[in-house]
Design a protein around this ligand. Structure first.
Ligand code: SAH
Length: 355
């Protein structure tokens, strides 16, 4: 654990390490190119480095922090999910979704989550620890390598896997910068989206960041009374604090906010509640994503039937709120947040990773 993890080093830190080894500073740029642009899985691949340096890097630094434990394809073949073990045995998940000409990755920022949303599989397992920036970036590089073999690339990244990204603000933002950096992974910030339960101080901080990363808010209810039970952090940051923070965010960034709303049968899916939601969002530069709740074993609630989903959407659209209904993509591989981890440990997941 004392070995420096290469993906956690900024270019400055990498240069410092190489300098203490008596290596020229330009090697740092070469190594970064191998890591983030050629997606090297092993320092042995870094063929323009002297062999002695490759050996020393292999001995004294770490590169592979993620060990795939389970990998699953959805039956339609469009969604691929991997459960990874970290060096300390904690487990996280990442999902690749393919649609249109896009390859969207959904990545984790924490092992577990402290937000305790009762419907969410990760919320049910509790908080283990924050991921480092390198552990966040490693999920992207793992899939980038797989896509390289098909001549494809990662086109979009959503921070919507396990954990609450804004509760691990510093490491999440370091990962964003590394992924955005032209000398790093070089993905445009507008192709990244951070999803949050609504941590108000962090949203205010995010509105001052120079990177134009998208913001999604897991709203799930139009009133404090209901949201307190579905998203418990609402007790600390109620709608009366959250909505002004989002208005200020939009005024500062001119970027559209996405609201996630998981429809739960006869809990938050009535047309009257759609009307309340429309009132809450009126005049806001926003978009609503509706998704019927993906059932989790310990959730007290279940997903809404299709006709209520469409009725809810129609009510929002009639009020002029742009709304999309999300398909239950990857439902057969438990692609909801935290679900693969649980299924694996309950022993009802057949496909173990070989390798
Ligand atoms: N903590 C962050 C990001 C992780 S969850 C957040 O809450 O936004 C990513 C999204 O998946 C959130 O909108 C979350 O509410 C939603 N989600 C979690 N479990 C779900 C389930 N079983 N069905 C549908 N959506 C779910």
């Amino acid at each position: 654990m004392t070995k420096p993890y290469l993906l956690n080093l900024s270019q400055v830190e990498l240069k410092e390490l190489l300098t203490t080894w008596g290596e020229p500073a330009y090697r740092a740029g070469q190594i970064e190119t191998w890591l983030y642009q050629r997606h090297a899985a092993d320092v042995a691949e870094m063929s323009n480095l002297p062999k002695s340096l490759r050996l020393r890097l292999a001995e004294e630094t770490g590169l592979n922090s993620l060990r795939p434990v389970v990998a699953l394809d959805s039956s339609d073949g469009y969604t691929h999910k991997t459960l990874f073990a970290l060096p300390d045995g904690r487990e996280i998940e990442a999902v690749l979704m393919r649609y249109d000409q896009r390859q969207t990755l959904c990545i984790s920022t924490q092992a577990g989550c402290a937000m305790a949303c009762p419907f969410c599989a990760t919320g049910q397992m509790g908080f283990m620890r924050n991921l480092s920036a390198g552990e966040i970036v490693a999920q992207v590089l793992y899939y980038a390598r797989q896509l390289d073999q098909e001549g494809r690339r990662v086109t979009n990244i959503v921070f919507m896997g396990m954990g609450e990204p804004l509760a691990n603000y510093a490491e999440t933002w370091r990962a964003v910068r590394r992924l955005n950096d032209p000398a790093g992974f070089n993905l445009g910030a507008r192709h990244m989206t951070i999803s949050t339960v609504g941590l108000v101080p962090a949203i205010r901080r995010m509105s001052k960041e120079p990177e134009q990363v998208g913001l999604a808010v897991s709203l799930h209810a139009p009133t404090d009374e209901l949201r307190n039970t579905i998203v418990p952090i609402n007790r600390r940051y109620p709608l009366g604090m959250l909505m002004p923070a989002l208005r200020d965010y939009i005024a500062a960034t001119h970027r559209r906010v996405t609201f996630e709303y998981a429809l739960m049968d006869r809990l938050n899916d009535s047309e009257a509640q759609a009307g309340q939601l429309a009132d809450l969002l009126r005049g806001l530069l926003c978009h609503v994503n509706l998704i019927p709740l993906n059932p989790t074993p310990n959730s007290p609630w279940s997903g809404s039937p299709d006709e209520r989903v469409y009725a809810f959407r129609d009510r929002l659209e009639a009020a002029g709120i742009p709304t999309t209904v999300r398909l239950r993509r990857g439902i057969d591989i438990a692609a909801g947040c935290g679900q693969l981890h649980n299924a694996h440990h309950q022993g009802n997941m057949a496909l173990a990773f070989s390798g």
